[in-house]
Design a protein around this ligand. Structure first.
Ligand code: GDP
Ligand code: IMO
Ligand code: MG
Length: 454
C-alpha cells in the first residue's frame, strides 16, 4: 500500500503540480489537505495547460478520486468556477471530486478583512488576497467559523450567520480607514464615523445576512453531490489498500509553524499538515518526496537571503523571464535568487523527505556561473542552521559556493546520461549538501521532460 506525500521545500511554486500529476497514475486518490485558492499549480498534459488553484491536481484525471480534505479553506464561488472551467475544457467532474463537510468556508467578509489589513499597513504580508488568513483565524477562534456541511442546512446556517455577520460588519467598519478618518475628524464615537461613511455612499464593508444566507445556501446545494465525510472516506480507502497521494499547497518555508514567520501562510504546508488536514495518520505515509526548484523564488514580502536584485539585465531578471516566474494566482512577478541549501536542508529535515525532485533545471542553462548558498554570516559569525524568525533571517548574509554552468539547452534530455557533466555536477552537489537522493530531474513543464534517476 502506497501513501505518498508531495511537499514543496522552498517558498512555493516548486512545480509540485507537475510531480503530483506524474505520480497520479500510481495512486487511486489525490488529497489536498491545506490552504485554499491561494495555491496555483500548473500542469502541462499532452500539450494542454491546466491551472488549478483550489482543486487537487488529480481532478484532471477523472479516473482518480480527488479529495479536498478538512484542512482546506473553501471559497464556494471559486470551487464552482474551477469545476465549470474544467468541464468547459472537456474534463468530466462528478463524483470523482469530493469535499470535506468539515472544511471551513471563506465568505466575502474574509476577503474584505484581508484587504483592509493588507492595505498600507506596516504589518502587510503580501498575501494572495484570497481570504485565507482571516478564514483560518476564525477556524482557530471558533466563534465566527462555518464549515462546509453547514451550508446544506439553510435554517441552521441562518442561525449561525446572524450573529457572525453582525460581528463582522462591526469589525470591518472599525478597520476601515474611512471610518477611522471620520472618527478622528469628528472627534466623536466610532459609530458617528460609520454613519457618515454609510450615508455618503453604499458601504462595501457591510454585508446583509439575508443575502449571504441565500447565496451560500445556493452554493451548498450546487456542491451537495461533492460534500461528504472525507476522513471516513480516506480510512475506508486505507482499509481497502487504496494508494493515496497527498498534495501540499504552498512551500514548507511558508508553513505557519515552521516557516519564516510572520511572512508565511496560515496553514501547515509541511507534511505535518497531512495528519490534521486529512485525518490520515502520519505513520501511514510510505514515501515523502520533497520538491525543489534549481534556484529560489518567493512571492510576497519576507526575508529572502539569496534574492538577486541585480537589475533589468541581471541574472535574477533572466531567471524570471526564462522560468516564467510570475504568480499563477495574482500574476505578481516572483522574486528570484540562488538556491539556498541552508533553507532547504532545514525544510528537508522538518519533512524528513526520502527523496528530492529537482525541478526547472533547464532554466539555469544560460547562466555561466551558478551560486549555491551553503551558509550565512550573522553578526560576523558563520552559521549553517536556518533561523526561521523573519527578523533574524533578515540579518543573514549568504555565503556562496560557485559552480560552473553548462551552457546548453537541457529541454530534450531524458536520461541522466543526456545531461552535460556540469549539470550533473550541480545535481550531485545539491544532493550532497541536502544529504538526500535526487530521484527526479525536470527539464521542462511537459510530462515527457522528466528524468528518472536510479
Ligand atoms: P506549484 O505551485 O509548486 O505546483 O508550481 P507552479 O505550477 O506554480 O509553478 C511551476 C511552473 O513551472 C509551472 O508553470 C510549470 O508548468 C513549470 N514547470 C514545471 N516543471 C518545469 C521544468 O522542469 N522546467 C520549466 N522550464 N518549467 C517547469
Ligand atoms: P503554491 O501552492 C507561492 C504566499 C503569498 C504570501 C504568503 C501569504 O502555488 O506553491 P496567503 O494568501 O496564503 O495568506 O499569503 O504566502 N503564498 C504563496 N507563494 N506559492 C503559493 O502556493 C502560495 N500561497 C501563498 O504570496 O507571501
Ligand atoms: Mg504555484
Amino acid at each position: 500500500m502506497a501513501c505518498t506525500s508531495v511537499v514543496g521545500l522552498q517558498w512555493g511554486d516548486e512545480a509540485k503540480g507537475k510531480i503530483v500529476d506524474l505520480l497520479t497514475d500510481h495512486h487511486d486518490i489525490v488529497v489536498r489537505y491545506n490552504g485554499g485558492a491561494n495555491a496555483g499549480h500548473t500542469v502541462v498534459c499532452e500539450g494542454r495547460t491546466f491551472k488549478l488553484s483550489l482543486l487537487p491536481t488529480g481532478v484532471i484525471r477523472p479516473h482518480i478520486r480527488s479529495v479536498i480534505a478538512n484542512g482546506v479553506v473553501v471559497y464556494p464561488p471559486r470551487f464552482l468556477e474551477e469545476v465549470a472551467g474544467l468541464r468547459k475544457a472537456g474534463v468530466p467532474v462528478g463524483e470523482n471530486l469530493v469535499v470535506s463537510d468539515h472544511a471551513h468556508v471563506i465568505f466575502p467578509y474574509h476577503l474584505a478583512e484581508e484587504q483592509l489589513s493588507e492595505q498600507g499597513s506596516s504589518g502587510a504580508i503580501g498575501t494572495t488576497g484570497r481570504g485565507i488568513g482571516p478564514s483560518y483565524a476564525d477556524k482557530a477562534g471558533r466563534i465566527a467559523a462555518v464549515r462546509i456541511g453547514e451550508l446544506l442546512q439553510p435554517e441552521h446556517l441562518r442561525e449561525r450567520l446572524e450573529p457572525i455577520v453582525a460581528r463582522k460588519n462591526r469589525l470591518l467598519r472599525a478597520l476601515s480607514p474611512e471610518a477611522q478618518k471620520f472618527d478622528l475628524d469628528l472627534g466623536g464615537s466610532l459609530l458617528s464615523g460609520m454613519v457618515r461613511v454609510r450615508a455618503a455612499q453604499p458601504d462595501p464593508l457591510h454585508f446583509d445576512v439575508d443575502d449571504l444566507c441565500r447565496e451560500y445556501a445556493a452554493y451548498g446545494e450546487q456542491m451537495r453531490p461533492h460534500i461528504t465525510d472525507t476522513t471516513q472516506l480516506l480510512h475506508e480507502a486505507l482499509r481497502h489498500k487504496k494508494r493515496i497521494l497527498f498534495e501540499a499547497a504552498q512551500g514548507s518555508l511558508l508553513d505557519v509553524d515552521h516557516g519564516t514567520y510572520p511572512y508565511v501562510t496560515s496553514s501547515n504546508s509541511t507534511v505535518a499538515g497531512v495528519w490534521t488536514g486529512s485525518g490520515v495518520p502520519a505513520r501511514r505515509l510510505t514515501r515523502i518526496i520533497g520538491v525543489i526548484k534549481a534556484y529560489s523564488t518567493r512571492v510576497g514580502r519576507g526575508p529572502f537571503p539569496t534574492e538577486l536584485n541585480d537589475g533589468k539585465e541581471g541574472i535574477g531578471e533572466r531567471i524570471r523571464r526564462t522560468g516564467r516566474e510570475y504568480g499563477t494566482v495574482t500574476g505578481r512577478p516572483r522574486r528570484c535568487g540562488w538556491f539556498d541549501a541552508v533553507a532547504v536542508r532545514y525544510s528537508a529535515a522538518i519533512n524528513d523527505v526520502d527523496e528530492l525532485a529537482l525541478m526547472l533545471l533547464d532554466v539555469l542553462s544560460e547562466v555561466s556561473e551558478i551560486m549555491i548558498c551553503t551558509g550565512y554570516r550573522l553578526k560576523g559569525e558563520l552559521i549553517d542552521t536556518f533561523p526561521t524568525d523573519a527578523y533574524v533571517l533578515e540579518q543573514c548574509e549568504p555565503v556562496y559556493e560557485k559552480l560552473p554552468g553548462w551552457g546548453t539547452d537541457l529541454s530534450t534530455a531524458r536520461r541522466v546520461s543526456d545531461l552535460p557533466a556540469h549539470a550533473r555536477r550541480y545535481v550531485d552537489r545539491l544532493s550532497e549538501l541536502l544529504q538526500r537522493p535526487v530521484t527526479i530531474v525536470s527539464v521542462g513543464p511537459d510530462r515527457s521532460q522528466t528524468i528518472q534517476c536510479s
